[in-house]
Design a protein around this ligand. Structure first.
Ligand code: AKB
Length: 332
């Protein structure tokens, strides 16, 4: 498929007074439902469509528009964009780091071929496109403490390779075709009411479930493995904020964002303040440990703070209190 040369990709297809019409792919993963809620509050329920290849729960289905969409099916995607007059596309479909290593062909299809479909459709229809990247887009030869926006990126996972590719091809389409591409590199995202799947940072969510359930947790990373992390509300707000920055005032198209950085041991110390009998044991998974050891320990997000005013609200104690408040209110 060719990107049509007649399209004026520099003009977005909605005016500032109109609400965007948003499509979220991979909408039933860890972030989609929360993002849809945030965007629906801002732009109206019917202007935000969640999509996935899975069947939504009744709760999700009733909370706003949901549609079947397979990012590997170009025609299906194009039909959805056209029929629903989509102007913003948030592309969340992807296999995460550990899941990607377990099924490289599928990760290649979803993370790379799926992205190509999305890029072509976004370019063809002058969409504003958001694709998340990750701390996983860096590798063992990147500076790890801190990791700046621009440095060596030689990741050793298919997930990381696909995300570096997404950053580069998205920026290429921006420079070559004027595609309004925006990308944030997310740290490990911690959420209470939605589950991650197949990530290396997932331990930092499981620890809360297990602390509440049994007071014990077996961690698959070593106690001193330091990784950048963020509470989901900060992540979703950052995503809305970068999408709302006027196109002309974004000096870069891919930004690191960060909030905190901790080790399993430091997280456990904070958990003990809420569950005094809490105990952690360590049984290291060599695959996920090797991934974590190649990732940033601290993320330098000074460009995001300077260029579009990014700031986080949740630090480690605030995050842990919020997570326990959620579980306590749920168990009542
Ligand atoms: C993962 O662990 O794979 C993700 C990520 C940091 O991108 N949560």
């Amino acid at each position: 498929r060719e990107v049509p040369s007649h399209a004026n990709f520099h003009s977005v297809s909605f005016s500032d007074t109109e609400h965007p019409r948003v499509l979220i792919t991979g909408g039933l993963g860890q972030l989609g439902v929360g993002l849809a809620k945030l965007l629906r509050n801002r732009f109206g329920k019917d202007n935000v469509i969640l999509s996935d290849i899975r069947k939504p729960s009744d709760h999700v289905f009733c909370s706003g528009p949901f549609i079947y969409s397979d990012v590997l099916d170009y025609k299906n995607l194009r039909e959805i964009v056209v029929n629903n007059r989509i102007t913003w596309l948030i592309h969340y479909s992807a296999l995460l780091s550990a899941a990607g290593e377990a099924n490289v062909p599928l990760a290649r299809d979803v993370n790379i071929t799926g992205l190509h479909n999305i890029l072509d459709i976004a370019a063809e229809h002058s969409l504003r496109l958001f694709v998340p990247s990750t701390i996983g887009a860096f590798g063992p030869s990147s500076p790890r403490n801190p990791t700046p926006d621009l440095c060596i990126q030689r990741p050793r996972t298919i997930y990381g390779v696909s995300k570096v590719h997404a950053e580069l091809i998205g920026e290429y389409y921006h420079h070559r075709h004027g595609l309004d591409f925006r990308c944030l590199r997310y740290p490990g995202i911690i959420s209470a009411d939605s589950q991650p799947g197949g990530g290396t940072t997932d331990y930092a969510i499981q620890i809360f479930h297990d602390a509440m359930k049994s007071g014990r947790f077996q961690c698959y990373l070593k106690p001193d493995t330091r990784l950048p992390m963020m509470y989901i509300d900060d992540c979703l707000r950052a995503t809305l904020e970068i999408m709302e920055v006027p196109a002309d005032s974004l000096p870069m198209r891919t930004y690191n964002i960060s909030a905190m950085s901790f080790t399993p041991e430091e997280l456990a110390q904070e958990v003990v303040k809420h569950v005094p009998e809490f105990q952690v044991t360590y049984d290291v998974d060599t695959v996920r440990q090797a991934i974590a050891d190649s990732w940033p320990m601290n993320f330098d997000d000074s460009n995001a703070r300077k260029d579009w005013g990014w700031k986080h609200y949740y630090d480690l104690p605030e995050l842990v209190t919020t997570m326990f408040n959620f579980y306590t209110s749920e168990s009542r």
